[in-house]
Write a protein that binds this ligand. Structure first.
Ligand code: C2E
Ligand code: CA
Ligand code: CA
Length: 283
């Protein structure tokens, strides 16, 4: 035991310890921040590659921190997953996003985009998930087909104790289900055909090799082509994430991908900016 103590002190690293303290302090301050509504949601358009219409809009959470300034989700979603705060935070994002999508529904009618909301692993395991979604749709008046939920492959696999009952229930309600970051997780292609999924979102990392038309990476191009074919075989639509160049958009359109998302069209923006964007793409 004596040598244990010594070993621990020998490994003590003040810098690492300070980081850990900062992390824990940030985690501890999140519940009050949620209470005070320091979080907000930006929206990024999903563009139809055939006609440039705004098919959907992804909701992306941010934290307007009083001391640290604007924090992106990479700074706090992982922490919120660890502490479990992701469940109430995620529910708050879902409600905000549905309220905003209802405004678009009222203004744009049949041409209104769906709103696509990210679900963390912890949320996909939450026994109240289906009821919460039903309640939020009911209270906001958003049509269920104007809500899409994005789950990563690992979030989908972790709903597996109640063999996909939750996803089926949501799908029966009319809510769309998308697989996020497809191709980066552990992919069991066989399970895909049994999932009530409507859309595959191909991870932005696959766009790298398609950046320039002349210097396209043939392996990346074939992988992406194969993923799109697989999705279509299963009756799913495909969104290409992280599209930054015309060459990428053109290539994805050529191989039959329906939708694109990325800085080429629009960065995530506030509701007013995105509303103007949707309106300007209607004519
Ligand atoms: P994601 O779901 O893959 O979201 C797409 C991310 O790619 C966003 O980063 C977006 O700003 C960024 N992006 C969009 N277009 C481009 C592009 O053309 N190039 C590049 N390089 N990046 C692009 P963001 O907003 O920082 O979000 C990061 C991640 O945080 C998200 O990745 C998602 O996993 C997570 N996240 C965001 N909001 C939520 C939320 O409400 N709940 C949960 N559970 N996770 C969230
Ligand atoms: Ca996403
Ligand atoms: Ca993604």
């Amino acid at each position: 035991a004596k040598s244990d103590g010594k070993a621990r002190w020998a490994q003590f690293d003040p810098e690492r310890n300070a980081n850990e303290v900062a992390r824990l302090r940030l985690a501890a301050s999140m519940p009050a921040a949620l209470e005070r509504e320091e979080f907000y949601v930006d929206y990024q358009p999903l563009i139809g590659l055939r006609d440039s219409s705004v098919v959907g809009v992804e909701a992306l959470v941010r934290w307007g921190h009083p001391d640290l300034g604007r924090l992106g989700p990479d700074k706090f979603i992982g922490l919120a997953e660890e502490t479990g705060l992701i469940v109430p935070l995620g529910r708050w994002v879902l409600r905000k996003a549905c309220e905003q999508a209802k405004r678009w529904q009222d203004r744009f009618g049949d041409e209104a985009p769906f709103v696509s909301v990210n679900l963390a692993v912890r949320q996909s395991r939450d026994p109240n998930l289906v009821m919460d979604v039903a309640e939020i749709l009911e209270e906001t008046g958003l049509a269920p087909h104007r809500l899409q939920l994005e789950l990563t492959e690992s979030a989908i696999m972790s709903t597996a104790d109640e063999p996909l009952d939750k996803l089926r229930a949501l799908s029966r309600m009319g809510v769309r289900i998308a697989i996020d970051d497809f191709g980066t997780g552990y992919s069991n292609l066989a399970y895909l055909r049994h999932l009530p999924v409507h859309e595959l979102k191909i991870a932005g990392s696959f766009m790298e090799g398609l950046r320039d038309a002349e210097r396209a990476d043939p392996v990346d191009a074939r992988i992406v082509g194969t993923l799109v074919d697989l999705a279509h075989t299963l009756g799913l639509t495909v969104t290409a994430e992280g599209v930054e160049t015309q060459a990428q958009a053109r290539r994805m359109a050529e191989i039959g991908c329906e939708t694109g998302q990325g800085y080429l069209w629009a960065k995530p923006g506030d509701p007013t900016t995105v509303t103007d964007y949707i309106a300007s793409h209607l004519e």
